[in-house]
Ligand binder design. Structure first.
Ligand code: ADP
Ligand code: MG
Length: 622
């Protein structure tokens, strides 16, 4: 059997490792099985979960198809496209807010809050509901299964805050994230493009509400994003709107202006329009049927593919402009591409296929279902990470440079864009004023020269420096990006040993406190189910920590003082023992104690890293 199975005990649920495409419009999950990825779905279902949430007057929120069905009758309590809000602030949404029908505000941490029925929800909480529904659908494909961990995909252009928010969503959903992977990378994997040696590929992704195109280079299993371009306000919904317009034009003589603007009419027209669009992908013509007895409407109208294509042609042209810009940014000609991949449900439209083929000068890959290809690739990635058969080293690169604001507002880049992750870079900084007792750091992401033009990921302060003449402090700042593309920053003054451990909480991210509170709120009204997932999650966390301690046993034996050494050993034993049981509180406090007891070891290891990085540099250099 090709399942990835972990700790399968008799009668215990099968623990599976899946790939999840958390989409703006639709989400779905896949699993590696019998040497290939397959979509997880219940009998008779497509497996696709519309990324829609409805909050009914009473009871639990509805997610997916059921929620989407409420759009007509209950639009005020139905949320679409929450992915657009992940890791963003109000200022980021300036241009988009007018199109969002819900009440949005920003809390003190700059995290958005969406108000529905007098309750507020953050984007990660909402995405967690979608992730949970997707996992439930995936588990329902089996008799007895639960998710051990998952690879989750994000657009290549997602910045640190957006990736972190995706991670937060998973944590709130009780899912352990194995890796966050770029969607175009996943699509390339689904087609096995990594196995063809070196190459340059274009991934054209036209979904429900967004378009993006990525140019990737693949070399020795390393995926590099050479360029991305796109339009976050262009997708299949616009194709639907084109047909809605056509319907309204035709009905203009028959219905009053009031009826034509009626929400119920518009919703019905929108649903009929999508149905028509989908039909026209396979048929040359389709009869739209609208029946609204309330306003005495029973209307039929034939739409031809030709007519539809004429109307969407300008929209498709816009995607081609983006492709042209992406290629120019990457500095390559269409003829230099080795492969072109179509992703997203809207690439089923024949005109889109024809235009892309014409533009790129070669037939694009369309063998896999375009709305499934990202999830399939995520499952392939999960298989690789679980030590599966595919013999490649798979890595992503950072999409944007990371650095610190220096005196005068310029940016000092520590990690250049397109660096392969995971990676660490340490750079030396110093004080500018005699007796300066602290240094402020502003962590920025972006390619521009001035910090004001980049995105600030967060600020931190190194305090408690002993009085020293200007320029004498030797502060080593280390940027570490893990395999998920997430950043941790540490700073230490070398001569005095003063250090700050900084959690880079993105400007629009949840704080650890928020997170705990949300998780706690989850427990409070939780079903046993949730507790079970949390227990599994914590056990996995403890497992990782035990491994890390084991790996660094020599350092611990040699460098730790006897007291810390004993504390660590005891805490590890307690944590390990707690994992034999299923008591949530016990496991959680064991985890917390273990974490606390491992801090001295972490400090020893970090010291080692910083010293190594600083060694051999003169004072002027650091
Ligand atoms: P996202 O990545 O934005 O979550 P998807 O890749 O699932 O979205 O694409 C959803 C879009 O694809 C919707 O606008 C849907 O109407 C459209 N779509 C799905 N099937 C077809 C089809 N057969 N023909 C045309 N459009 C389709
Ligand atoms: Mg998508």
């Amino acid at each position: 059997m090709g399942y990835i199975e972990l700790d399968v005990l008799d009668g215990a649920p099968r623990r599976i490792v899946i790939g999840i495409d958390l989409g703006t419009t639709n989400s779905l999950a896949a699993l590696w099985e019998d040497d290939r990825p397959v979509i997880l779905r219940q009998e008779g279902s497509s497996g696709i979960i519309p990324s829609v949430i409805n909050f009914p007057a009473e009871g639990a929120p509805l997610v997916g198809k059921q929620a989407r069905a409420q759009a007509v009758v209950d639009p005020q309590h139905t949320l679409f496209s929450v992915k657009r809000l992940l890791g963003r602030g109000l200022a980021d949404l300036r241009g988009e807010l007018k199109d969002l029908p819900y009440a949005i505000s920003e809390n003190a941490n700059g995290v958005l809050e969406i108000e529905v029925r007098g309750q507020t929800y953050t984007p990660p909480e909402l995405s967690a509901l979608i992730l949970r529904a997707t996992c439930d659908e995936a588990c329902a494909a089996f008799e007895n299964a639960e998710i051990a961990s998952a690879v989750i995909t994000v657009p290549a252009y997602f910045d640190d805050a957006q990736r972190q928010a995706t991670r937060d969503a998973a944590r709130l959903a009780g899912i352990e994230v194995l890796r966050i992977v770029n969607e175009p990378t996943a699509a390339s994997l689904a087609y096995g493009l990594d196995q063809k040696g070196e190459g340059t590929v274009a991934i054209y992704d036209l979904g429900g509400g967004t378009f993006d195109v990525s140019i990737l280079s693949i070399e020795g299993g390393v995926f590099r994003v050479l360029a991305t371009n796109g339009d976050t306000q262009l997708g299949g919904d616009d194709f639907d709107r084109v047909i809605v317009e056509l319907i309204r034009e035709d009905l203009a003589g028959e219905l009053s202006a009031e009826d034509l603007a009626d929400p119920a009419f518009l919703q019905a027209a929108r649903l009929a329009a999508e149905k028509c669009k989908i039909a026209l992908s396979s048929d040359p013509r389709h009869e739209v049927h609208l029946s609204l007895p309330d306003i005495g409407l029973n209307w039929r109208h034939r739409v031809t593919r030709e007519e539809f294509e004429k109307r969407i042609s300008p929209l498709v042209d816009r995607t081609m402009d983006c492709c042209r810009r992406a290629l120019a940014d990457a500095g390559i000609e269409p003829s230099e591409l080795d492969e072109v991949v179509l992703v997203g449900g809207s690439t089923r439209v024949p005109l889109v296929r024809a235009r892309t083929e014409e533009f790129f000068g070669r037939p694009p890959h369309t063998e896999l279902n375009p709305d499934e290809v990202v999830a399939l690739g995520a499952a392939a990635q999960a298989q690789v990470l679980m030590g599966g058969t595919r013999d490649i080293l798979l890595m992503d690169v950072t999409p944007l440079s990371l650095g610190l604001e220096t005196v005068g507002g310029a940016v000092s880049k520590l990690i250049e864009r397109n660096s392969t992750v995971p990676c660490s870079v340490t750079e030396g900084f110093t004080t500018y004023v005699d007796g300066q007792s602290g240094i402020d750091f502003n962590i920025v992401q972006g390619e521009r020269e001035m910090a004001a033009d980049c995105r600030s990921l967060g600020r931190f302060k190194l305090t408690g420096l002993p009085p020293m003449p200007a320029g004498m402090a030797r502060v080593a700042v280390c940027f570490h990006i893990d395999a998920n593309g997430l950043l941790t920053v540490t700073a230490k003054e070398e001569t005095s040993g003063v250090r700050t451990e900084i959690e880079v909480s993105p400007s629009h991210g949840l704080s650890e406190g928020d997170m705990e509170a949300m998780l706690q709120a989850g427990f409070d009204n939780a079903s046993e189910d949730f507790d079970r997932r949390r227990v599994a999650d914590l056990k996995a966390e403890i497992g990782t920590m035990l491994l890390a301690v084991k790996k660094n046993q020599t350092a611990a034996d040699e460098k730790l003082d006897p007291e810390s050494h004993k504390e660590l050993a005891d805490a590890a034993a307690r944590a390990s023992k707690a994992c034999d049981g299923d008591d949530l509180d016990e496991i959680r406090s064991a985890r917390d104690e273990f974490e606390q007891a491992s801090l001295p070891l972490a400090a020893v290891l970090m010291d080692h890293v910083v010293k190594g990085a600083i060694q051999g540099k003169s004072l002027d250099e650091v």
